[in-house]
Design a protein. Structure first.
Length: 393
C-alpha cells in the first residue's frame, strides 16, 4: 500500500526526522488560509503540491510555489482537479517553501536477495532514481543495514560522506538511521526521501545556515503486514484504488486483475499460479489471479464469480479446485448459484478433484447449460482456451 506524501511525512516526523511543517487542503480557499498562516509566520513563499500516488508530480506541473495567499489560492485551484498520469488531484499539501541549496536522494528499500534493508543514496537528488540507476549506476551509494542492529553508526557516517554531507554529519546520520527505523517499525517496503535537501535558513543571530530537510517522502507498506498496523490501514486512500481491489479485500479474496480473457478461479496460491502458467502455455491469457482460499464456502465462490465477471474482457471462466479442506460439493453449489445470478452468459469450464468430487460432478451435471466439466487439468485448460479464442475471433 502506497501512502500519500502527507501520510509518509507523518511517519518521518513521528520518528524525529526533519520535515518542514505542512497542511493539507482540498479547496483553493483552504489552501489560501494555510498559505497565509505560513507566510505570516515568516515563510518567504509556500510550496503547493498535488497529493497523488504517482511519481514525477513536479514535472507534471503538480508542484508550484506561491508568494501570497491570493497566488496560493490560484495555484491550488489549478492543481486541484488536475489529471496527473490518470489520477485526479483531490488534495494539495501546503508548506513553507524551502530555499534549496542542493538536492540529495536517500531511501531505504528491501533487498529481497540479501534479505536486508538497503540504504540507497545519491548526491544527485531530484532526478528519478530509476533513470540514474540506468545511466550512471556508480553515482548510487549502497549500504546494507545490519539485520538485527539496524544501520550502524559507522555505516551511516560512510553513507553521509559518500553523499557529500561531511559538513552535516550528525544530521545526515540521524536521517539515514531514522529511515531504517521507519522501515522496520512500519513494515515498509520502501521509505524514500527525494529530495533530501540542504536548505538555506537564517540562524538565530541572523547569519545564514544550511540544514538538512526531507522535502518529499514516499512510503510503501507491505500489504501482508497491514493487519499489525491499524493506524496505517486508516491512511489508505480509497479514491486512488481500483474499485475491484477494494471489493476483493472486503470479501477476503486474493484477487489480482490481469489483461487476458480467461477468468481463473482456483483454491490455493500455488495452484492458481500453476493454472495461469498452463493457460499461457496453451496459448491463452489469464484475466486474473484468484485464490479463493482453503475451505471456501459456496457464498465465497459466488462472490469470486461476480468479481471475475465484472471484467468485460472475460470470455471464458476456468475453475480449478483441488478439494482438500474445500469441499467439491460446496464449490459446485456456489458455482451453480453464481450461474443463476449471472447477467452475462460466459461459458464455464470446471475441474474439481479431491474431497466430494463425485458429489460436485452430480451437482454440476444437474445444473446443465453453460457449465462444462473436465476430468484433467490439461483438458480443462484446453477447453477454456478454445472457448476464449472462438469468442475473440
Ligand atoms: P515529485 O516530483 O513528485 O517527486 O515531487 P517533489 O516533492 O520531489 O518536488 C519536485 C521538485 O520540486 C523537487 O525536486 C524540488 O526541486 C522542487 N521543490 C519541492 N519542494 C520545494 C520547496 O519547498 N522549495 C523549492 N524551492 N522547491 C521545491
Ligand atoms: Mn520527489
Amino acid at each position: 500500500m502506497k501512502l500519500q506524501e502527507y501520510h509518509a511525512k507523518t511517519l518521518l516526523a513521528r520518528a524525529g526526522l526533519p520535515v518542514p511543517e505542512w497542511a493539507v487542503a482540498s479547496s483553493p480557499g483552504e489552501a489560501r488560509l494555510q498559505a497565509e498562516t505560513f507566510l505570516a509566520r515568516g515563510a518567504g513563499k509556500v510550496v503547493i503540491k498535488a497529493q497523488v500516488l504517482v511519481g514525477g508530480r513536479g514535472k507534471a506541473g503538480g508542484v508550484k510555489l506561491a508568494a501570497s495567499g491570493a497566488e496560493a489560492e490560484r495555484v491550488a485551484g489549478a492543481i486541484l482537479g488536475m489529471d496527473i498520469k490518470g489520477i485526479v488531484v483531490r488534495r494539495v499539501l501546503v508548506a513553507p517553501a524551502a530555499e534549496i541549496e542542493r538536492e540529495i536522494y536517500l531511501a531505504a528499500v528491501l533487498d529481497r536477495t540479501e534479505r536486508k534493508i538497503l540504504l540507497m543514496g545519491s548526491a544527485e537528488g531530484g532526478v528519478e532514481i530509476e533513470t540514474l540507476a540506468e545511466e550512471r549506476p556508480d553515482a548510487i551509494v549502497r549500504i546494507h543495514a545490519h539485520p538485527h542492529l539496524g544501520l550502524l553508526d559507522w555505516q551511516a557516517r560512510k553513507l553521509a560522506f559518500a553523499l557529500g554531507l561531511g559538513d552535516h554529519l550528525k544530521a545526515a546520520v540521524a536521517i539515514a538511521q531514522g529511515l531504517q527505523r521507519v522501515m522496520v517499525e512500519n513494515d515498509a517496503d520502501l521509505v524514500e526521501v527525494n529530495p533530501l535537501a540542504l536548505v538555506r535558513e537564517t540562524g538565530p543571530d541572523g547569519t545564514p545556515v544550511l540544514t538538512l530537510q526531507c522535502l518529499d517522502a514516499k512510503v510503501t507498506i507491505d500489504d501482508s503486514a497491514l493487519s499489525r498496523h491499524p493506524g496505517l490501514e486508516a491512511m489508505r486512500d480509497l479514491d486512488e484504488e481500483d474499485p475491484i481491489d477494494i471489493e476483493a479485500r472486503r470479501l477476503g479474496l486474493s484477487f489480482i486483475r490481469l489483461e487476458g480473457s480467461i477468468g481463473c478461479m482456483v483454491n490455493g496460491a500455488g495452484l492458481a499460479m500453476t493454472t495461469m502458467d498452463l493457460v499461457k502455455r496453451a496459448g491463452g491469457s489469464p484475466a486474473n489471479f484468484l485464490d479463493i482460499g482453503g475451505g471456501a464456502r459456496s457464498e465465497k465462490v459466488a462472490n469470486a464469480m461476480r468479481l471475475i465477471l465484472a471484467e468485460p474482457s472475460v470470455k471464458a471462466i476456468l475453475v480449478n479446485i483441488f478439494g482438500g479442506i474445500a469441499r467439491g460439493d460446496e464449490v459446485a453449489r456456489g458455482l451453480v448459484e453464481a450461474r443463476s445470478q449471472q447477467t452475462r452468459d460466459v461459458p464455464m469450464v470446471v475441474r474439481i478433484v479431491g474431497t466430494n468430487a463425485d458429489l460436485a460432478a452430480g451437482i454440476l451435471a444437474d445444473a446443465g447449460g453453460g457449465i462444462r466439466t473436465a476430468q484433467s487439468l490439461d483438458e480443462a485448460v484446453e477447453m477454456a482456451v478454445a472457448i476464449a479464442r472462438s469468442a475473440e475471433a
